[in-house]
Design a protein around this ligand. Structure first.
Ligand SMILES: *Cc1c(COP(=O)(O)O)cnc(C)c1O
Length: 419
């Protein structure tokens, strides 16, 4: 029988629920720290390696503070994410600002923080210059277009809205050089949830080759190359995690063959989100109803507002019925939420042990792009986020929304005078 491990028992979660009712996301600090250390160890031979955690994956400043302690920076893509990084004490060039369709005030805040700004389009050079003045260091996002095979989630690069074309890179860096920018980076992000380590090595090769060419033709020195994020995680119990060593080893080999050979030595950065926290978060929910019509349904007290991936992408998230870890999975269910929206299912035709009302379900791998994608459709409220400290103690790092939060943006006094 395939299963996935849990860092807590039914007894422990029953105690937690006495203080913090379901649903909630709970994150495992110890596992997050160990994973961060493992990444840095694997990449230690790669020149100047640094990981900028993609804040959008788990936008909670407590998590950012843990990752900062482990030596990570933050990859931000909006004003709110810049402010979250600042709250966590991540500042200056420990912030990468990789936005797109960016409003001027966000460029201004990023510059004020001393963040490394990564421009998504050649026309943004002028926008940034007018809004905030050009900083000393700038990075461009490269879209390799038809050079590279697409990936199912992110689509083909030539269909993606992001980045500069190859020709625009040459022109863009020439403009920066002319305008007195002194330090340069190159970035790309072409994968999402990719489990094949060769994919990242191939991406590195493409970027390294472009760097050699631009360095020669434009006559600039690259300080860093940012290979983006997109390293996948084994959502299904039969899948294996991507070995960091394999990616790091392949990148190092490409680095020597392409960059070192040409006398270039930029630092290598990543900006992963999913692989950093994804496997170490869990959505805990209680079974509210069971119903049998043409199929058998398990109705939970969570919904798509708490975890959108299964409903939106048909993504697989493993489910454990707490306390029935070793029971045979011989009942077939759709596990649903309470939205008036038939996509609101955490699993379809899933084999589980016999489920009863009041059972506690753990939905695995919700530590990235889980809480973060939440919304309020159907008047549903976002849940609390809890952190299981390395010591085993539990702290609430975000409270659950209340009805008052839902109504906070409405002016009901105005409604009284409204006819
Ligand atoms: C989403 C995103 C990331 C992180 O992606 P993961 O799949 O979570 O690793 C990194 N960089 C950019 C620019 C992104 O849009």
């Amino acid at each position: 029988m395939v299963s996935k491990d849990l860092p807590f028992s039914l007894e422990k979660i029953e105690k937690v629920i006495q203080t913090y009712p379901t649903p909630f996301h709970i994150y495992d600090e110890k596992a997050i720290r160990e994973n961060a250390k493992d990444m840095l160890r694997a990449f230690s031979a790669v020149n100047g390696f640094k990981e900028f955690f993609a804040v959008k994956a788990l936008p909670n400043p407590y998590i950012l503070k843990i990752l900062k302690e482990e030596g990570f920076g933050a990859d931000c893509s909006s004003l709110a994410e810049l402010l979250l990084a600042e709250e966590a004490g991540i500042t200056g060039e420990n912030i990468m600002f990789s936005s797109n369709d960016t409003p001027a005030d966000e460029f201004i805040k990023a510059k004020e923080l001393g963040a490394i700004i990564n421009l998504d389009d050649i026309s943004h050079i002028e926008v940034l210059e007018k809004a905030a003045g050009l900083p000393e260091i700038l990075c461009f996002r490269y879209n390799p277009g038809p050079l590279k095979e697409g990936n199912a989630l992110i689509g083909k690069p030539e269909e993606a809205k992001y980045g500069f074309t190859r020709e625009q890179l040459f022109l863009g860096y020439s403009i920066l050089k002319e305008k007195g920018v002194k330090r340069f980076g190159l970035h790309t992000m072409v994968a999402s949830n990719e489990l094949n380590p060769d994919y990242f090595v191939e991406t590195a090769r493409i970027l390294f080759e472009v760097i050699v060419e631009i360095s020669k033709k434009v006559g600039i020195d690259f300080e860093f190359v940012n290979l983006g994020g997109g390293i996948g995680i084994p959502y299904r119990p039969e899948q294996d995690r991507v070995p960091f060593d394999k990616i790091a080893g392949g990148i190092q080999k490409a680095y020597e063959e392409i960059l070192s050979k040409n006398g270039l030595n930029p630092k290598v950065y990543l900006e992963c989100g999913r692989v950093i926290t994804g496997p170490y978060g869990y959505l805990v929910t209680t079974v509210r109803h069971l119903k049998s019509i043409y199929k058998d349904y398990v109705g939970t007290d969570a919904c798509m507002a708490n975890l959108m991936r299964p409903g939106m992408y048909g993504a697989y998230h493993h489910i454990t019925v707490l306390g029935k870890e070793n029971a045979p999975r011989n009942f077939k269910y759709d596990v649903t939420g309470s939205l008036c929206e038939n996509n609101d299912k955490f699993a379809v035709d899933r084999m589980l042990p016999k489920v009863e009302r009041g059972d506690i379900l753990v939905i695995h791998d919700t530590g990235a792009h889980g809480y973060a994608m939440g919304f309020n459709y159907n008047g549903k409220l976002r849940s609390a986020e809890l952190l299981m400290r390395s010591s085993g103690s539990i702290v609430q790092i975000r409270r659950a929304e209340t009805i008052a939060d839902y109504f906070a943006t409405l002016d009901l006094k105005g409604l009284n005078h409204f006819k």
